[in-house]
Design a protein around this ligand. Sequence first.
Ligand code: NAP
Ligand code: 8YV
Length: 326
Amino acid sequence: MNEQTAAPIILVTGKMMNHAIDRLEAHFRLLHIERADPALVTGDMRSMVKGVAANTVIDAAFIDALPQLQIIANFGVGYDKIDAEHAARKGVMVTNTPDVLTEEVADVAIGLLINTVRELPKAENWLRSGRWRAEGSYPLTRATLRGRSVGIFGLGRIGRAVARRLEAFGLPVSYHGRRRAEDVEYAYYPTLVALAEAVDTLICIAPGGAATRHAVDATVLRALGANGVIINMGRGSTVDEEALAAALREGTILAAGLDVFAEEPNVPEALLSSPNACLLPHVASASVHTRQGMAELMVDNLVAWFTRGTPLTPVAETAHLKSTGG
Ligand code: NAP
Ligand code: 8YV
């Protein structure tokens, strides 16, 4: 595939880091599109594009606009932006980037938890703005990690890495998912409300999509209680942001730490102005080390598909598909 004329054509959607582009260019011929909009698909794209390297939404209409498409390689482990069910129906493989970001994201989950509970960003601002010198020590934080009990919504690869860290912090862990995990001893709750009732700290690291949309709603927030802290690392869509802003405002819960939002990069004003929300711009995997690892796995999936007909990390919806070659 190094021979440029024989190399398959890959369409890169959205902005992709240079490391990914360099690795893609070593194996493929590339075309670029700003966003995956069927109206922007040219005749050349229609007739030649066999793979997509995706960093944008890829919906059914875009998949249909590329009749030669064989594979969509997503830059990221969460693939709620890709219509994987439609891809499966059309025989189009979808891959994601699991594992290579697990520990990094778990590190940031713990960092965000500590920042939220112990108010470290606000304390730093206190120092930088001269208030330490002018007014004295930063006020004692109302909250502490000590004595907390943590529930994890989505005990998958990242959820487990977070749980291992929490164990080292001496905090009890329990979880909710669609099924009990037989290989862990953490307490399992069959509903999210039951989990929220049992803990005072909820860490969400479940995938986005229809099945989890607004899973964290006003009822779950009430169940978490007045000492409650919620950390969302998964997807913004899993939390009802309006209900969350109201819960923060009214003291239904104590604080929230959010790395993800429903309409990124737009963050609701009610959260921006909330003094007890600690907000990050979706940075959990955003180190050079980890983003390069993700880029490599994304490209390796494309290379494996076009050289041997099976990708390294297919998503569940398309794992059964076989390459027909060509
Ligand atoms: P994973 O290993 O597939 O874990 C997902 C977990 O969620 C599984 O334990 C699954 O358990 C549970 N789950 C799935 N659907 C559910 C549902 N409808 N209700 C309740 N639980 C459900 O994935 P991962 O590698 O840990 O990544 C998890 C998510 O983190 C990604 O999908 C992505 O959205 C997010 N993420 C965010 C960042 C960031 O930068 N903030 C970075 C990486 C990943 P069951 O199958 O037993 O239900
Ligand atoms: C990335 C992520 O920020 O992997 C995921 O699911 O949310 C993050 O690692 C994102 O995919 C890159 O755009």
